[in-house]
Design a protein around this ligand. Structure first.
Ligand code: 3HC
Length: 315
């Protein structure tokens, strides 16, 4: 760690580290790294893992109300995948020297964030389609780039996760396409879900680059290889044609293809809503945190049994 080195030694190590990153050499857990690099990665990875676990809650709400056994089985498989993604990323984050129990305590005590998108309610079955298609679609855009980031355990975790996200995204889009071929009520339900999830999905990519205090470090150290705004734009450009293909309208009067830039121009995000949600004042923040705290408490016996077994059998 840096606290055992002199200032000159730290400067020399940091220059060597920056040169390594510039050459595209992947950083592994046992390599020397600046404390700030470690801290930034731990923040980002633990919050990513929290997002995966909290993200199960909105969808879990519809498991018992899925319209068919097949839809129930697909949704169950997706939710189980998300749990696995959370454990995967907690394991990758633990390589930075912090135990997952500590990370989870930070979440449950309100000191760590999770993605704003999971603080919105799921009001009808079409929301399962909107989440799979839009939320996992946004996650794919973000995570396929993260799969090339400079920290080995994180980038490798993303490779497997992206494969599963693609299944999540396709099943969500299929739900929306099916509803849009259905009755007028089903089409209205799909459009209602689109209207409620479009803008919160854009917020998943974070604030504008000019308001992104962490992007400087993360771009310098190639943890982020594209900025918040670039990834958001890529998501919009990819998703608008998909919406049009099944007859869904994007709830943005300013959305327009720009032949000069070859991107969609779009309206301004409601940053007041975004800041409110990440401060804990979203529609479902309190519910989600209560559900996570209750689950953690109800699961205490499993953790102590597993620890007792590990101690007895020296695992
Ligand atoms: N929700 C909650 N907090 C957010 C946020 C969002 N959508 N966007 C930004 N923030 C927070 C940041 O955490 C940061 O706060 P902090 O310093 O206290 O952590 C602050 O707002 C400023 O934002 P920055 O742009 O400076 O933060 P980052 O550079 O970390 O960028 C990020 C934010 C784009 C979310 C980035 O952290 C990232 O790419 N993380 C990895 C991917 C991830 O976590 N995705 C979450 C969704 S997971 C998912 O969808 C699962 C899928 O299976 C459904």
């Amino acid at each position: 760690m840096e606290n055992q080195l002199t200032a000159e030694e730290i400067t020399k190590r940091e220059m060597e580290f920056d040169a390594k990153i510039a050459k595209g050499i992947v950083v592994e857990p046992k390599d020397w790294m600046p404390d700030r690099y470690r801290k930034q990665l731990l923040r980002m990875m633990s919050q990513h893992a929290h997002s995966e676990v909290v993200g199960m809650l909105p969808e879990g709400n519809w498991l018992t109300r899925a319209p068919s056994l097949m839809r129930k089985a697909v949704l169950l498989a997706k939710i189980q995948d998300e749990a696995g993604h959370g454990l995967y990323i907690y394991s990758a984050a633990e390589t930075l020297g912090t135990d997952r129990a500590e990370m989870i305590d930070q979440l449950l005590s309100g000191h760590a964030k999770y993605s704003s998108i999971f603080n919105y309610p799921t009001l009808n079955w079409a929301d399962m389609g909107a989440i799979g298609w839009l939320v996992d679609g946004a996650a794919i855009v973000n995570q396929t780039v993260l799969a090339k980031c400079s920290y080995g355990p994180y980038s490798r975790a993303m490779v497997r996760i992206c494969k599963e996200e693609n299944f999540h995204n396709k099943q969500g889009y299929q739900i929306m396409a099916y509803l849009m071929k259905g009755t007028k009520e089903q089409q209205e339900m799909a459009q209602d879900a689109m209207n409620r999830f479009w803008w919160p999905s854009l917020m998943m990519f974070g604030p504008h680059d000019t308001n992104s205090p962490n992007s400087g470090d993360l771009m310098k150290w190639k943890v982020k290889l594209q900025t918040n705004d670039d990834l958001r734009q890529r998501f919009i450009d990819r998703t608008v044609p998909q919406a049009e293909a099944i007859g869904l309208k994007i709830p943005d009067p300013d959305l327009k293809w720009n032949p000069q830039t070859r991107h969609y121009d779009f309206g301004e995000i409601n940053w007041e809503e975004f800041n409110n949600v990440i401060k804990g004042n979203g529609p479902c923040n309190r519910l989600r945190m209560k559900q996570r705290r209750d689950a953690h408490e109800n699961g205490a016996w499993v953790r102590s049994a597993a620890l007792a077994y590990a101690e007895k059998h020296g695992k």
